[in-house]
Design a protein. Structure first.
Length: 188
């Protein structure tokens, strides 16, 4: 075996080793992203299961808010019909559902006896805890998406990613009306 052939063999082994290493990293990042999405899905299902209790509790005090209750019920059902891996569709409906829930709690502000109701207080506390957990898993998911996207888009990983069908993922960002609201500041 000539020196040139040995050199070529060493280069090929090193290239193969690099390809395997990059491929394995991409697989690990894709799995982390899937795990992160699963965490979001679990928390959103927990929240969806809590919604009927919130609606029924508030409905007893604010029966004239029928349209709002129907909207929340419709949106909750709609979240169940969206495929678990449809992040874009899920984000839209979850944003609408979050906004509707905020409106329910705004309605509750008009009913002091409801705000003092033990069941309502517990439901509100549970929902607040769930929203915190959703934020936490959303941050984890978005971090794994960021790492995957960087890895898929940087050289030489992008070559390997394209060869094996790895793609970038979308961040999970739920738009909420409250986040866009401009505070009304008045100076007297």
């Amino acid at each position: 075996m000539s020196l040139v052939a040995a050199g070529v063999a060493v280069v090929l082994v090193l290239v193969l080793f690099a390809v395997v290493k990059i491929y394995n990293r991409l697989v690990a990042l894709r799995q982390s992203t899937r795990e992160g999405w699963s965490g979001i899905d679990v928390q959103l299902k927990r929240r969806a299961n809590l919604i009927p209790n919130i609606v029924e509790t508030v409905k007893g005090y604010a029966s004239h808010e029928k349209n709002l209750f129907e909207e929340v019920t419709r949106l909750r059902a709609e979240t169940g019909m969206i495929a678990s891996d449809d992040a874009a569709g899920r984000q839209v409906v979850e944003g609408q559902l979050s906004n509707a829930l905020m409106r329910i709690f705004a309605v509750a502000e008009n009913y002091p006896e409801l705000r003092a109701d033990k069941t309502f207080i517990e439901l509100q506390s549970t929902l607040a805890e769930l929203e915190d957990q959703i934020q936490m898993v959303r941050r984890y998911y978005n971090g794994t998406v960021r790492d995957l996207n960087i890895s898929v888009e940087t050289f030489p990983n992008n070559i390997i990613a394209n060869m094996f069908g790895f793609a970038t993922e979308e961040y999970y960002e739920v738009e909420q009306v409250i986040d866009k609201a401009v505070p009304d500041v008045k100076f007297n």
